[in-house]
Write a protein that binds this ligand. Sequence first.
Ligand SMILES: Cc1cc2nc3c(=O)[nH]c(=O)nc-3n(C[C@H](O)[C@H](O)[C@H](O)COP(=O)(O)OP(=O)(O)OC[C@H]3O[C@@H](n4cnc5c(N)ncnc54)[C@H](O)[C@@H]3O)c2cc1C
Length: 408
Amino acid sequence: MRKITIIGAGQSGLLMGIGLKKKGYDVTIITNRTGSEIYNGGVLSSQAMFNAALDIERDFGVNFWEDECPEIEGISLTVVAPDGSRPIDWAARLTTGSANSVDQRVKMPVWMAEFEKLGGKLVIDDVSLESLEDIARDCDLVMVASGKGDIGKMFERDAEKSTFDKPMRALGLTYVKNMKPRPDYSAVCFNIIPGVGEYFCFPALTTTGPCDIMVFEGIPGGEMDCWGGIASPEEHLEMSQTILNKFLPWEAERCTEIEMTDPNGKLAGRFPPTIRKPVGRLPSGKIVLGLADSICLNDPITGQGSNNATKCTEIFYNSILARGDLPFDEDWMQKTFDEFWDYAKYVVEWTNGFLLPPADHVLQILGVAGSHPETAQRIADAFNDPRDLFPWFMEPAAAAEYLKKIVN
Ligand SMILES: Cc1cc2nc3c(=O)[nH]c(=O)nc-3n(C[C@H](O)[C@H](O)[C@H](O)COP(=O)(O)OP(=O)(O)OC[C@H]3O[C@@H](n4cnc5c(N)ncnc54)[C@H](O)[C@@H]3O)c2cc1C
């Protein structure tokens, strides 16, 4: 039986561990927090997942919250002008199936228990480079699925694939109850305030039941880069409302009655989006494979991280199964990553594009979408699979051609 160790019990590590256990592999997951520490700790993400990624969870048999978790049925998009008006303002239903967001504080402890129920070995330890040597000596394959954890820095930053070397947004999350629902259908309500940042919100399931998640993406140094010195949940909630009152009164109107879901329902931080080389070499010469965010870390602005982590897991999982008894050597690792990159490069380019001031052709297409439902539809569905945005949305010449076609 092939022996595989995974570092990190998050979206990718647990999904991989559960999948491999179900196929009879000898799997150990080493992670630095217990299920109860995660459940009782601060929020980690806003984790909106679209249907293609949810289908993978269904295939792995871990979609335990389908009945309880509120559905996200569409995407709305608003661009705010300097005078506060909304020159771009439209919504479209997702035709690719609804999305949802299960708080990782809810999900990960249950997946940890499921992994152990299947016979997986779960070890609580903060893995260091030194301990990784011991672990690697004893296994056929080690995967590092440590997300933003420091141990991921053992993978060399890929300067060619990484567009930025500093954080592009100051992030804030606020989990709330009593937000008024948007009319018609639920959606990720995405608001762009040029020069300030972005705000989006959507329904989710948290430790206290259904809720809404408010996500703030502030341009560093701008007015939405505002979480420094804010410690208490009350101050965090107040700041969330202050931002909406100032820039997005239609969103503020939905939030007059909001309360925090729990004192830990908040997060503030920033990190540079970074792509790393997938193969890590230990001082002994042994190699380990990076999985998901540890090697492909995106800003949350397009809500792709958990989706990407899930798609990465599926590709790596299939590659492990296809490898049979052959060694998990460097060539296999690189090819496995390359297959993932064939998909992820689109996610990364689109996400990074959002972090820069919107290009003229993008604004034009977003504007046309307001009176051309098919375009709005296509943009909304691209959250499920961003490859569909290429090239007509992403490249100026292709965008001009697209616009010419739909205007005629
Ligand atoms: C503010 C914010 C909002 C987001 N919103 C969305 C969204 O709406 N949609 C979306 O798809 N994605 C979103 N994401 C991204 C998403 O949460 C991540 O992409 C996803 O969780 C990555 O999965 P992963 O398995 O790579 O890492 P993680 O899920 O982060 O798991 C990493 C695991 O490794 C463990 N670990 C770390 N270091 C060590 C160590 N040294 N030893 C042992 N264990 C270790 C951690 O404790 C954790 O269990 C958001 C992220 C942030 C920060």
